[in-house]
Design a protein around this ligand. Structure first.
Ligand code: NAD
Length: 488
C-alpha cells in the first residue's frame, strides 16, 4: 500500500476525482488515500496561499499528491497554489506527455507522441523583478549548473525508463550565450553518458516551428522553464487533446500529478466533464510509486474505451452532442472500469512492465569545479533622463581619469538597452533613462578590488548621478563571465 494525498478541487474537480478514484479502486491500485482541502474555500477563509498547515503535514508525509483543478479567486494578494507547492516541495521537473489519439480524437498530427520535460524552478520564473527607472523594468533570468544537471539527467532517465529513443534540447544560446549556453553545455555533457539515446539541440525558435509543424519527429524534449511553459501548451493543443493532457511535477522529495485543464466552472455539477486528463495523471502517479502493473491496466482500459467510441462531449464532438452520443463523467468512468484487463486493438497499447520510475538525486550531480575567479571590472547602471550619452561619457571619463590612482579602472563603454551609445554611438539610437556604464581595470589584463568598486560608486554618487545597481565583471578560469559587447 502507498499513502497518497488527494485534493478534490473546485468546479468539476470533485466529479472527475470521484470518477478517477473509482477506476483506481476497480483496478486494485494499492493506495491509502488522505484527503486534504485546498483552493477556493481555503482562499475564501483568508488563507492567501490556498492551503492550510494540516494539508502540508499530509503532503510532507505522503510526498505524493493527486490534485484536481482548483479555482483561483480573482484579486490581489493571493499566491498561486501550484507555484507554492512546486517551490516548497522542490518539484524541479514538469513532465507533460502529448499524444494524439487519432482517429478517435481529431488532430492534424496523428503520429504525434512526445513528452516535454520542462525545468520548473529557475529561469525567468525565480520571481526576481525590479523596476529600475521610470522607463525600465527588469526580470532576472537565473540558470544554475545543478538545476540544468538535474533536469537534463531526468529527461534522459525518463527516456530510458519508458523506452524512448531520443532527447531534444531547445535553447536560445545563440543570443543568451551564458544562461542558455550553460543549459546547452550541460545537455552536451550529460547526453554523452547516455550513448543508447539519440540527442539533438535546436534553437528554440526554429525548434518550436518544427514542433508545431512536424511534432512526430520529436520524442522527449527538455528545455528551460519559459520555453517549456509555452511549448507544452502548444504541444498539448496540437495533439488535439488539451482536455486529455496530464502533467507530473517531480522533485527529489515529492511529486504532484494533475490534469492540465482548470476547474471549468461553466460545466461544473453537470456530469459532463471529461475525467481523462486527471486519470492519465493518476497513471503517471502509479508509475511513479512503483505500481506499473496497475498503471498499465488502467491506461490500456482507457485506450480501449476510447477506441471503442467512449467519449465525453469535448472529445471531438459536436456530432456526439447532436446525436446524444457523448457520455457523462460517471458513464465514462464505468466504461473504463468495464474494460480493465483489455488492451486496445487500434491505438498503441502501453507497456510499463519494465518502467522503473526515473529518479535523479543531487548526489548524481556532476562534481562541482570551483573556478579561479578574477574581478576585472564592473557594470554600473544609472537612472538618468536628462543627459546625452556623450555628456554622461564625458562626466564619467573625467571622473575616472581624475581618480585614476584610487580607482584603477577606466570607462570603456556605455550602452542603452544593450546598444552601445558611447563612444561613437549613432544619433539614430533611441535612448531610455537606463544606462549601463562599463568600467574595466585600467591595466590591460589587470584586476580590480571590491574596495575600488565601492570608491567608484561613492565617486559617482558625488557627481550627483543616480546609480541603481552594479554587476561585477569576473573572469572564471580565464574565460569572461559576462557578455562582451553590445546586445543583438
Ligand atoms: P479551464 O481549463 O477550466 O476551462 C477552459 C474550457 O475548457 C472551458 O470551456 C471548460 O468547460 C473546458 N474544460 C476544461 N476542462 C474540461 C474537462 N475536463 N472536460 C470538458 N471540458 C473541459 O480554464 P479557465 O476557464 O480559464 O479556468 C477556470 C478556473 O480554473 C480558473 O479559476 C483558473 O484559475 C483555474 N485553473 C486551475 C488550474 C489548476 O488547478 N491546475 C489550471 C488552470 C486553470
Amino acid at each position: 500500500m502507498t499513502a497518497i494525498t488527494v485534493a478534490m478541487g473546485d468546479g468539476i474537480g470533485p466529479e472527475i476525482m470521484v470518477a478517477v478514484l473509482q477506476i483506481l479502486k476497480a483496478a486494485d491500485a494499492r493506495l491509502e488515500i488522505e484527503t486534504i482541502q485546498i483552493g477556493k474555500s481555503v482562499y475564501e477563509r483568508g488563507v492567501s496561499a490556498g492551503i492550510e498547515p494540516e494539508a502540508w503535514e499530509s503532503l510532507r508525509r505522503t510526498r505524493v499528491f493527486l490534485k484536481a483543478p482548483i479555482t483561483t479567486p480573482q484579486g490581489g494578494g493571493l499566491k498561486s497554489l501550484n507555484v507554492t507547492i512546486r517551490k516548497s516541495l522542490g518539484l524541479y521537473a514538469n513532465v507533460r506527455p502529448c499524444t494524439a489519439y487519432a482517429p478517435f480524437v481529431p488532430t492534424r498530427h496523428p503520429a504525434m507522441d512526445l513528452v516535454i520535460v520542462r525545468e520548473n524552478e529557475e529561469d525567468l520564473y525565480a520571481g526576481i523583478e525590479h523596476r529600475q527607472t521610470d522607463d525600465v523594468m527588469q526580470c532576472l533570468k537565473l540558470i544554475t549548473r545543478p538545476g540544468c544537471e538535474k533536469i537534463v539527467r531526468y529527461a534522459f532517465e525518463y527516456a530510458r525508463a519508458y523506452g524512448r529513443k531520443k532527447v531534444s534540447c531547445f535553447t536560445k544560446d545563440n543570443i543568451m550565450k551564458l544562461t542558455d549556453g550553460l543549459f546547452h553545455k550541460v545537455f552536451d555533457e550529460i547526453s554523452a553518458e547516455y550513448p543508447d539515446i539519440q540527442n539533438e539541440h535546436w534553437i528554440v525558435d526554429i525548434g518550436a516551428a518544427r514542433l508545431a509543424d512536424t511534432p512526430e519527429r520529436f520524442d522527449v524534449l527538455v528545455m528551460p522553464n519559459l520555453y517549456g511553459d509555452i511549448l507544452s501548451d502548444v504541444a498539448a493543443q496540437i495533439a488535439g487533446s488539451v482536455g486529455l493532457a496530464a502533467s507530473a511535477n517531480i522533485g527529489e522529495h515529492g511529486a504532484m500529478f494533475e490534469a492540465i485543464h482548470g476547474s471549468a466552472p461553466d460545466i461544473a455539477g453537470k456530469n459532463i466533464a471529461n475525467p481523462s486528463g486527471l486519470l492519465l495523471a493518476a497513471v503517471m502517479m502509479l508509475n511513479h510509486i512503483g505500481q506499473a502493473d496497475v498503471a498499465e491496466r488502467v491506461h490500456n482500459a482507457w485506450l480501449t474505451a476510447v477506441e471503442q467510441g467512449t467519449r465525453t462531449y469535448d472529445m471531438g464532438a459536436q456530432e456526439h452532442l447532436e446525436n446524444k452520443l457523448a457520455q457523462g463523467t460517471r458513464e465514462f468512468a464505468a466504461a473504463v472500469i468495464a474494460r480493465l484487463g483489455e488492451r486496445p486493438q487500434i491505438l498503441q497499447a502501453v507497456n510499463y512492465a519494465n518502467a522503473a520510475p526515473p529518479s535523479v538525486s543531487t548526489s548524481q550531480a556532476n562534481t562541482r569545479h570551483v573556478a579561479e575567479k578574477q574581478l576585472v571590472g564592473v557594470d554600473v547602471f544609472l537612472h538618468d533622463s536628462t543627459r546625452s550619452p556623450d555628456c554622461l561619457g564625458a562626466m564619467l571619463c573625467t571622473m575616472s581619469e581624475e581618480a585614476a590612482n584610487e580607482l584603477g579602472m577606466a570607462l570603456v563603454m556605455i550602452t542603452n538597452r544593450g546598444v552601445k551609445v558611447w563612444p561613437s554611438g549613432l544619433p539614430e539610437t533611441i535612448c531610455t533613462d537606463h544606462w549601463r556604464c562599463r568600467f574595466m581595470a585600467a591595466k590591460e589584463g589587470g584586476t580590480i578590488t571590491h574596495k575600488q568598486i565601492v570608491i567608484l560608486l561613492d565617486t559617482i554618487h558625488d557627481l550627483g548621478l543616480d546609480f541603481i545597481k552594479s554587476e561585477n565583471l569576473c573572469v572564471f578560469d580565464g574565460v569572461p563571465g559576462y557578455a562582451l559587447g553590445q546586445g543583438q
